[in-house]
Design a binder for this molecule. Structure first.
Ligand code: DGL
Length: 268
């Protein structure tokens, strides 16, 4: 591949605003990287879609976005889309694609009790990909899984300026803790990029003794590694957030995206 021009952006892709939790640490490493943040609001929530639907939808939409924005690299900042569609996207598109997979490996390295919780969307937690990660990296440990669509809605609402209902957070945690072995759980993997948006609420509800971990910092390092040696603009320029048009979800206020370096909202 030719060296990309300095203004070629990094494209972040999610069903909604969860991918901002991957964008944040990436900007810390690559502060002048031009950013396009794409949210498929017409498809939100992905966690309730079938594998077949996502395996078709995600590569098609990413193809349109790549054509439009000519990114140097695309990040599927969504566990649901990555665990289902990553290989399809890589087969369809000719640029580096970084995926997001549940951080089961680092969780297995730090658990002392041997009981790990995985909190994701319903679609993510049922994927064979999660079985594979558990078998490869958490052999002999107990991996409890819980799908929580309510937390996705709560994270979206939070960035739209709404209060988070503590009962929603409590229900998601109880869904893990009430499973056999759940009392001993000492690490919870936030296996949906929306959930670190609720980090404070989740930590307050689960208590200080349980570690919450996600893969965002590792993904940011991977992006920096894959783009090492490439040229970037000298100055920081405001990023663009692009939303697929939806009757059910309106884009958030720009002020909610500004801390992530976004200066403009488009709909397609
Ligand atoms: N942010 C997404 C994930 O990481 C999906 C949320 C959803 O659309 O259900 O799984």
């Amino acid at each position: 591949m030719h060296a990309p021009p300095p203004d070629a952006p990094i494209l972040f892709f999610d069903s909604g605003l969860g991918g901002l939790t991957v964008l944040g640490p990436t900007r810390a490493l690559l502060p002048t990287a031009p950013i396009v943040y794409a949210a498929d609001y017409a498809g939100l929530p992905y966690g309730r879609k079938s594998n077949e639907e996502l395996a078709a939808r995600v590569p098609a939409l990413l193809g349109r976005l790549v054509e439009r924005y000519q990114p140097r690299l695309a990040v599927i900042a969504c566990n649901t889309a990555s665990t289902i569609a990553l290989s399809h996207v890589r087969a369809a598109l000719d640029l580096p694609i970084v995926g997001t997979v549940p951080a089961i490996k680092p969780a297995a390295e730090i658990t002392r009790s041997g009981v790990i919780g995985v909190l994701g969307t319903e679609a993510t937690v049922r994927q064979p990909y999660v079985d594979d990660l558990s078998a490869r990296f958490a052999d002999g440990k107990t991996v409890l899984r819980q799908g929580s669509p309510e937390l996705v809605t709560a994270a979206e609402a939070k960035l739209h300026g709404e209060a988070v209902d503590p009962a929603v957070v409590a229900r998601a945690i109880a869904g893990l803790r009430d499973q056999p072995g759940g009392d001993a759980m000492d690490v919870v993997v936030l296996a949906c990029t929306h959930f670190p948006l609720l980090q404070d609420e989740l930590q307050a509800a689960i208590g200080p003794d349980i570690r919450l971990i996600d893969g965002a910092a590792g993904i940011a390092r991977r992006i920096a590694h894959l783009t090492a040696g490439q040229r970037w603009p000298a100055e920081v320029s405001p990023g663009v957030a692009v939303f697929t048009r939806s009757e059910d979800h309106a884009p958030p206020p720009l002020a909610a995206l500004a801390p992530y370096g976004i200066g403009r909202i488009e709909t397609i």
